[in-house]
Design a protein around this ligand. Structure first.
Ligand SMILES: Cc1cc2nc3c(=O)[nH]c(=O)nc-3n(C[C@H](O)[C@H](O)[C@H](O)COP(=O)(O)OP(=O)(O)OC[C@H]3O[C@@H](n4cnc5c(N)ncnc54)[C@H](O)[C@@H]3O)c2cc1C
Ligand code: SF4
Length: 565
């Protein structure tokens, strides 16, 4: 330990300031704990100069096109991407897997889509229902009070629908559908696909001192008025205001340290500003570095007492990792051409979506997917509409091409399927024995294989989206992908919903954590990101990460009060 230059002390040390870490910091500081939060990235503030919410594309020579640092566009509020200089990861031969990482305060919550869906009662007990994967050691009823608390604190809009596995929340009123969304709703009704108002963590009414959205539609740029959710401005800022949070930026956690009795004693990290190693001593350690990074930290925390990594007596750290399945289809809808110019602004995301609506008994694949809808009249930026050559005019010059852009602008509608991937033995990560990052920390090597369950589900998505475009009288831009092309399934990691790696379970021989996300092997070690999830769902994961992180924080606070931690 004496190779470290400084030793600070905290009640709780949290690693990572994204959805999970931000929520843990918020709840623990409110409960009176002194918290040190280690964040690998630099500072960020959506309510200050960091937000590009009001920048016009023509204000920059690149018109918002992507850069290496901003793969989703120059205005996107995320520093990071698929590849980060000096922070590699590797793939086993034949594996297709990409890993998106944010490196900034707030992590990916600065630019995420804000689609905020609760998991439903069935999602916690899938094995009991169809025999595949594993059940959670907790039920919907355990998490529901925390979903409610997150709804009330963060704010979410939606409509009460009473759907069994798509539970309603504490909703603000949803925005009205836009013109193209009304067309999608009509087509969905004809095809008997449930289509309802979307559920996004964007304020349509003022809440807790934050103003309502003014419908600029630029949520991925970071909201300068804090009308949408980011961990940075909705959780970390109030946690700092308690005076009990020490936020250490540019602090790349290397490993969790333990004492001779096997208790966690704190976290070592690299101070990226000068490359030195430092240590935070803490009574409790909470990992929230994003699912796969938390698994990496545990695998790298080897000691004589824990030779295969910390909390890994089951050998399941890094195992049962999943991503959402995904594929997209878009089409040209002639009905939407030559429209009357009108203001289609709204929140920075869809106003309607389709939750899973079918019964698997009538299908050749298990589990389901939801459908996300896109199109409309967004601020045009570099590469918008995918190029005019795809439309009936086929391209052109001068005034004619400008007129064509006006005619066809807003006449594209697209669908993205987001489905449940069932955990399997061939999707896992491990430490690559031959590769380290720029600080000498061993990196992850990924293994990934989709099964027929996922391929068949994605084939169904493609067929459904094509039927929707046809129902609207449109033409799809791309041919149906073949079986050899995996029916267009996105590579593992590409949907950026990676979960698992330290799954929870009631059996310490087959899981890493208990139902409170507490390590079976190390009582003062917790995980508060997506790593504890035993399974995916046909929903995006972040609302559940937030609810679980709050529940874990409350458990830590209660245990500390009882003197058990
Ligand atoms: C473009 C995009 C759109 C998305 N849309 C949605 C959506 O609509 N709905 C949804 O539910 N989900 C969505 N997601 C996923 C969502 O962003 C993640 O589920 C969520 O942010 C995960 O939270 P987290 O706290 O686990 O990780 P993150 O938000 O990634 O935060 C992890 C933090 O830990 C830090 N960190 C990592 N390693 C270390 C280390 N060794 N030491 C110190 N700090 C470290 C990182 O710098 C980062 O700040 C989207 C993601 C992206 C990229
Ligand atoms: S659409 Fe609303 S929530 Fe999103 S950035 Fe604009 S004002 Fe903020």
């Amino acid at each position: 330990m004496n190779r470290f230059r400084r030793s600070d002390s905290a009640d709780v040390c949290i690693v990572g300031s994204g959805a999970g870490g931000g929520m843990a910091a918020y709840a623990l500081t409110r409960a009176g704990a002194n918290v040190t939060l280690l964040e690998a990235g630099g500072p960020w503030d959506n309510s200050g100069a960091d937000s590009a919410m009001f920048t016009w594309p023509y204000e920059t020579p690149r018109r918002g096109a992507s850069t290496r640092e901003r793969p989703f566009g120059e205005f996107d509020a995320c520093i990071g991407g698929w590849n980060i200089d000096g922070e590699p990861y590797t793939r086993a031969p034949g594996t297709q897997f990409d890993w998106w990482r944010a490196r900034m305060v707030g992590g990916r919550t600065n630019h995420w889509g804000r689609i905020s869906l609760r998991f439903g009662p069935d999602d916690f007990r899938r094995k009991s229902l169809d025999g595949l994967g594993d059940d959670w050691p907790i039920a919907y009823g355990d998490v529901k009070p925390y979903y409610d608390k997150v709804d009330r604190l963060v704010g979410i809009f939606g409509s009460r629908e009473g759907l069994h596995n798509e539970p309603d929340g504490v909703f603000l009123p949803p925005p009205k559908p836009r013109c193209y969304e009304l067309l999608v709703k009509q087509a969905s009704d004809t095809l008997k696909i449930t289509c309802i108002p979307s559920r996004l963590s964007i304020l349509t009414r003022p809440l807790n001192g934050r103003p309502a959205c003014h419908y600029c539609g630029q949520c991925n740029r970071g909201c300068g008025t804090n009308s949408n959710f980011s961990s940075t401005n909705v959780l970390i800022a109030p946690a700092l205001a308690t005076g009990r949070l020490t936020l250490v930026t540019n602090a790349m956690a290397r490993e969790v340290t333990v004492d001779a009795s096997g208790r966690a004693t704190g976290v070592t990290y690299v101070d990226k500003t000068d490359g030195s190693d430092k240590h935070v001593a803490a009574r409790v350690v909470v990992l929230a570095a994003s699912a796969l990074e938390s698994a990496r930290l545990l695998l790298n925390s080897k000691s004589p007492r824990f030779p295969q990594g910390l909390a890994n007596s089951s050998g399941t750290v890094g195992k049962y990792i999943t991503d959402t399945t995904g594929t997209d289809v878009s089409g040209f809808i002639p009905k939407m051409m030559d429209h009357v110019p009108h203001n289609e602004d709204g929140v920075g995301g869809m106003h309607v979506y389709m939750p899973w609506w079918l019964d698997n008994k009538t299908l050749d694949f298990p589990r389901g997917y939801h459908i996300e809808v896109w199109g409309g009249l967004h601020v045009p930026g570099a590469g918008f509409m995918g190029g005019i050559h795809r439309y009936p005019s086929g391209g052109g010059y001068g005034k004619a091409v400008k007129d064509d852009y006006r005619r066809y602008y807003g006449a594209t509608i697209g669908f993205s399927g987001r489905g449940e991937h069932i955990a399997n033995d061939e999707c896992y990560c491990e430490i690559d024995p031959n590769t380290v990052d720029r600080w000498g920390i061993p990196v992850l090597r990924f293994h990934w294989k989709w099964t027929d369950y996922e391929y068949k589900q994605v084939k169904h998505m493609q067929e459904t989206f094509r039927a929707l475009v046809a129902e609207m009288g449109g033409q799809v831009f791309s041919p149906m992908p073949t079986a050899e092309q995996g029916y267009g399934i996105a590579a593992g990691g590409r949907i950026i919903h990676e979960l698992g790696g330290t799954r929870m379970g009631s059996d310490a021989k087959t899981s890493v954590l208990n139902g409170y996300c507490q390590a079976h092997d190390v009582k003062n070690l917790f995980v508060a990101d997506g790593a504890p999830f035993p399974s995916q769902a046909d929903k995006n994961p972040t609302w559940t990460i937030l609810a679980l992180a709050w529940r874990t924080a409350d458990y830590i606070a209660a245990q500390r009060k009882q003197g058990a931690l």
